[in-house]
Design a protein around this ligand. Structure first.
Ligand code: ADP
Ligand code: ZN
Length: 516
C-alpha cells in the first residue's frame, strides 16, 4: 500500500534508505523521532502516512517558503493540503478554515507562530486532527542555533489533542536529541530512527594549514574544469583567493554576505549553469544551491563545528559520483573559532556546547583512525569497518607516543603561569634565549631546554594537536595565552598517555622526523 501510493502520488519507484520503516511506524500512530540528513527525503515520511491515516495531519514547519512549495506540489498531485502562514491572503486563510470545518483536508501546514493563539488550538481540537508532524524539530532546542520559542508550544498541542507526533530533523547530536524528546514528547522515548548520514562517495581529507594559497592552487591544479566550492572564514579572503585562482587560469568568483543581492544572485546563477566555476565563499553560500555535480569542497579555514563541516562537505557529489574534500586547519583557526565563541553573545551553557561542537571537529581533524567512522559516530551512526575513502585509510599516518613531549609542554605552560602563547613556550622548551625569555628569567626554569630533541616546527605541530585534543586552550582575555583544560591534568599526572601523528606537511618539508 505505501509503495502504491508512492508511485501514484509521487511517481517514485522505490523508497530511499530508511523511508519505508519510518512511513510504516508513523502510519501506525506511534511517536517517532527521525533523524535524516538534509536531502534524505524527510517530507515523504510524514506526507505519505498522512494519506494512509484517517483525519487530518498537522505539519509544523518554520520555513514558510518550503511549506508553500510543498502544499502546491501536494495539491498538484491531488492531495487535499492547505497552509496557515503569515504569507496567506485572507481568502486563502478562509478557504483553509472552510475545508477544515467540512473535513475536507488531509494535511494542514502551519507556522509555529500560529500556536501562540489559543484559538488555533481550539480550532484544531474540533477539526479531526489525528497526527502531528514536526519538521526541523531541532528548532525546539534552546542550545541550538535555530531556536524558535514557539516550538516550545508544540508539546502543549500534543497534550491538548492527544495524538501521536512524528518529529524530523537533520541535527543529530545527543544533546539536541535529548532536548527534542523532553520538549516534544514529554520525555517519553519515541521510536527513534537515525539513518543515512554516510555519503560514501565523498572523500574526506584534512591537512595542517601550511600555505593555504599554495595548498589551494595545488589542489585545484589537479582538478581543472571541475566545479568546486572554497569556504573561507572571512570576506576579505574570499576575494583574495578568488583573485589568486583567476590569476592561475581558473574560473573563480567570490561570494559573501557583504555583496549586493544582485551580484550574489549572478554568482549563484553562474554556478548552476557553468561547468567548472569555482566559488570562493563564506558560509553564506550553499543554502538553496542544488547543483548535483559539485566535484569538490575545500575549506581553506576550519569550519565552526562538526555540524557545519558535515553540511558544507555534503554539498559535494550529490550525484553519487566520486567527490573530494580537503579541510585545512592550523593553530590560528583554533584560536579564531574559540575566540568567536568566547566573544559571542551566547550564555554560558550555550558557549560550552559550542566549544564541544568545535572540539568534535578538532578531534576529527586530529584523528588517528578512520575519519568517516569518527564523523558518523558523532551522528550516532556506526560504520562496520574502516571506510577506505579518507586520507587516514588511504595513507595511514605514523603515530608516536607523545606523552613525554606533551607533559613537558604542559609543564612549561603551568610554570609560566599560563600567561604565554605557543611561540614563547617553544622558545623555552627548545632553549632559545630571546630577550623575552631573558627578561622574564625563563631561562632559569627547570623546563628550559628540555624539549631540544624536537625542532621548532615539530613543536608547533605538537601544540596544534594538543589544542586539537583540547588539552589546552587560548585565553581570549590574555591575548591567546594558553591555559590547561581539565583534560590536561591526568596527562600531567602520568595517568593518561597521548598518541599524536607525524605531521604530513612537516615530513614534506624535509624537517627531521619526530623520533618514534
Ligand atoms: P529533506 O530530508 O531535506 O527534507 P526532501 O524531503 O525535500 O528532503 O527530499 C529531498 C528530495 O528527494 C526531494 O526532491 C524529494 O522529492 C526526493 N525524494 C524523496 N524521497 C524520494 C524517493 N523515495 N525516491 C525519489 N526521490 C525522492
Ligand atoms: Zn576511512
Amino acid at each position: 500500500m505505501p509503495t502504491d501510493l508512492l508511485r501514484q502520488v509521487w511517481g517514485f519507484d522505490g523508497f530511499r534508505p530508511g523511508q519505508l520503516e519510518i512511513v510504516e511506524t508513523v502510519a501506525d500512530g506511534r511517536d517517532v523521532l527521525a533523524i535524516m540528513p538534509t536531502g534524505g527525503g524527510k517530507s515523504l515520511c510524514y506526507q505519505l502516512p498522512a494519506l494512509m491515516r484517517d483525519g487530518v495531519t498537522v505539519v509544523i514547519s518554520p520555513l514558510i517558503a518550503l511549506m508553500r512549495d510543498q502544499v502546491r506540489a501536494l495539491r498538484e498531485a491531488g492531495v487535499a493540503a492547505g497552509a496557515l502562514t503569515s504569507g496567506n491572503t485572507q481568502d486563502e486563510t478562509d478557504a483553509v478554515f472552510q475545508a477544515l470545518s467540512q473535513g475536507e483536508l488531509k494535511m494542514l501546514y502551519m507556522a509555529p507562530e500560529r500556536l501562540a493563539s489559543g484559538g488555533t488550538v481550539n480550532l484544531l481540537r474540533g477539526a479531526g486532527v489525528t497526527a502531528i508532524a514536526v519538521d526541523e524539530a531541532h528548532c525546539v532546542s534552546q542550545w541550538g542555533h535555530d531556536f524558535r520559542p514557539d516550538y516550545l508550544r508544540i508539546g502543549d498541542l500534543k497534550r491538548a489533542l492527544n495524538v501521536p507526533l512524528a518529529a524530523f530533523t537533520a541535527t543529530a547530536d545527543a544533546e539536541t536529541r535529548a532536548e527534542i524528546v523532553t520538549r516534544l514528547f514529554d520525555g517519553a522515548e519515541p521510536v527513534t530512527y537515525l539513518r543515512g548520514f554516510d555519503r560514501p562517495n565523498i572523500r574526506l581529507t584534512f591537512q595542517p594549514k601550511d600555505s593555504p594559497r599554495k595548498q589551494l592552487l595545488s589542489f585545484v591544479a589537479a582538478r581543472r574544469g571541475q566545479s568546486g566550492i572554497v569556504y573561507c572564514a572571512s570576506r576579505a579572503r574570499t576575494e583574495s583567493l578568488a583573485d589568486a585562482l583567476n590569476a592561475d587560469g581558473h574560473s573563480a568568483a567570490a561570494y559573501h554576505a557583504g555583496m549586493e543581492a544582485g551580484p550574489r544572485r549572478d554568482v549563484e546563477a553562474r554556478f548552476q549553469r557553468e561547468d567548472g566555476l569555482i566559488v570562493v565563499a563564506t558560509v553564506a553560500f550553499g543554502m538553496g544551491i542544488d547543483k548535483p555535480d559539485i566535484r569538490w569542497v575545500l575549506h581553506s579555514d576550519l569550519p565552526k563545528s562538526i555540524e557545519s563541516y558535515y553540511q558544507e562537505i555534503g554539498r559535494a557529489g550529490r550525484d553519487g559520483d566520486p567527490a573530494e574534500t580537503l579541510t585545512l586547519y592550523g593553530p590560528d583557526d583554533i584560536r579564531f573559532r574559540r575566540t568567536q565563541i568566547d566573544e559571542g553573545l551566547a550564555d554560558g551553557p550555550r558557549k560550552a556546547a559550542d566549544h564541544a561542537r568545535l572540539n568534535a571537529l578538532l578531534g576529527l581533524a586530529e584523528s588517528t583512525g578512520c575519519r568517516r567512522r569518527k564523523l558518523l559516530g558523532y551522528f550516532g551512526e556506526e560504520l562496520e569497518q574502516d571506510c577506505g575513502n579518507c586520507d587516514i585509510c588511504l595513507h595511514p599516518p605514523k603515530l608516536f607516543d607523545a606523552t613525554e613531549a606533551v607533559r613537558k609542554a604542559l609543564s612549561a605552560m603551568l610554570r609560566t603561569g599560563e600567561w604565554f602563547g605557543s611561540g614563547h613556550l617553544i622558545d623555552i622548551l627548545t632553549g632559545n634565549v630571546t630577550d623575552k625569555v631573558r627578561d622574564r628569567g625563563h631561562d632559569q626554569l627547570p623546563t628550559f631546554g628540555v624539549g631540544r630533541d624536537y625542532g621548532r616546527t615539530q613543536w608547533q605541530a605538537i601544540f596544534r594537536q594538543m589544542m586539537g585534543l583540547d588539552l589546552c586552550r587560548p585565553d581570549p582575555e590574555r591575548h591567546g595565552a594558553l591555559f590547561l583544560t581539565d583534560a590536561a591534568h591526568p596527562v600531567l599526572r602520568g595517568e593518561e598517555s597521548v598518541t599524536l601523528r607525524h605531521d604530513a606537511t612537516l615530513r614534506a618539508k624535509g624537517g627531521n622526523v619526530i623520533k618514534t
